[in-house]
Design a protein around this ligand. Structure first.
Ligand SMILES: Cc1cc2nc3c(=O)[nH]c(=O)nc-3n(C[C@H](O)[C@H](O)[C@H](O)COP(=O)(O)O)c2cc1C
Length: 197
């Protein structure tokens, strides 16, 4: 079985950037969700899933929650890209309880990263929705009103992945260590003189 795979669903590219940074840091592949089947997921011990936030939902996360029974022995990470400040604990607690059952929450390591938005790239419906949110933000924060109203912001940065990568690396190193110990035991057993018969 292989160790780790990053899977992501990204509409406008922010989640994809994070997925690729994480994969690069861990030396593994990052695949878009549409290319991934259950058979592929089952080949890995650790799965890191990323999805953008849309109206309080993690885009694509159903692909994970729907298969939760089959993935129950996997080490699971979920990360999101969104425009709600990661410091907003209340929002992320709401998000976490809304998207996962209690059982899932016990198994998932969850991380929230700052996202991006570019009004020019948004589809019509999304632009209209974001327009309403951004008008409200501009009203509350007049100093930055222009950036909000232009809907052009990019808060993505590779340094945000560090806690996730650190946690994943720790687990991967434990597995390596365990494999090395088992290999050592096997080697010693092979070298023992055969006393029987
Ligand atoms: C229609 C729409 C709804 C959104 N809803 C949320 C939301 O509920 N919470 C949030 O933090 N960000 C929200 N965002 C911001 C996105 O999560 C952000 O742009 C993110 O970077 C998108 O990632 P992606 O481009 O990889 O899909 C929304 C953006 C759009 C366009």
């Amino acid at each position: 079985m292989k160790d780790v795979l990053v899977v992501y669903k990204s509409r406008y590219g922010a989640t994809e950037r994070y997925a690729k940074w994480i994969a690069e840091a861990l030396g593994c592949e990052a695949l878009p969700l549409k290319q991934v089947t259950t058979a592929v997921l089952l080949k890995y011990r650790m799965l890191i899933f990323g999805g953008g936030l849309y109206m309080g939902r993690i885009n694509g996360v159903a692909a994970l929650t729907r298969r939760f029974q089959e993935l129950k022995d996997k080490t699971l990470f979920v990360f999101t890209a969104g425009l709600t400040e990661p410091e907003d604990d209340g929002y992320y607690t709401f998000l976490y309880t809304r998207n996962f059952t209690e059982k899932m929450r016990k198994q998932i390591h969850f991380f929230a990263f700052p996202g991006a938005v570019d009004g020019q790239k948004l589809g019509r419906f999304h632009r209209w929705m974001m327009g309403m949110v951004m008008k409200e933000r501009a009203r509350k924060d007049p100093e930055n009103a222009r950036a909000y109203l232009e809907m052009k912001m990019d808060f993505t940065d590779p340094r945000y992945i560090e806690p996730l990568v650190g946690k994943a690396r720790g687990i991967l190193q434990e597995w390596d260590e365990k494999r090395r110990r088992q290999e050592e035991i096997r080697r010693q057993a092979d070298q023992e003189p055969d006393t029987e018969g």
